[in-house]
Design a protein. Sequence first.
Length: 132
Amino acid sequence: MAQQNEGPSVRLLRVGEQVRHVLSDILQRGDVHDDVLTSHVVSITEVRMSPDLRHATVFVKSLLGQDEGAVIKALRTNTAYLQREVATRIRLKYAARLKFLADESFDEGSHIDRLLRDPKVARDLEKPEEEE
């Protein structure tokens, strides 16, 4: 018997990935008639579905992080259209409500990378090897 605290189920992950592909396709083809979205390359990095599949949190990143606030605002402005398109292309009992958020994971990774490259940290990381 599977434990309940293992994270999202395979079905949630699969549906989230389907929603990600649909949104990526819509944005890549330029189906949304919005100047901000057509002038920026936007990546859908992850979609997390709620357990009842009624809500989808969509994490996005604009190329090089340019105008991320404007991109998020444009996506939120066009949410109704995007929800209809996702509902049309993915057959679910309910159309998932989309919530767009900037993907901060890249920024966190860069911050950690900068910290690890700091000479003081690098020196501390090398010490255990020298002591062996």
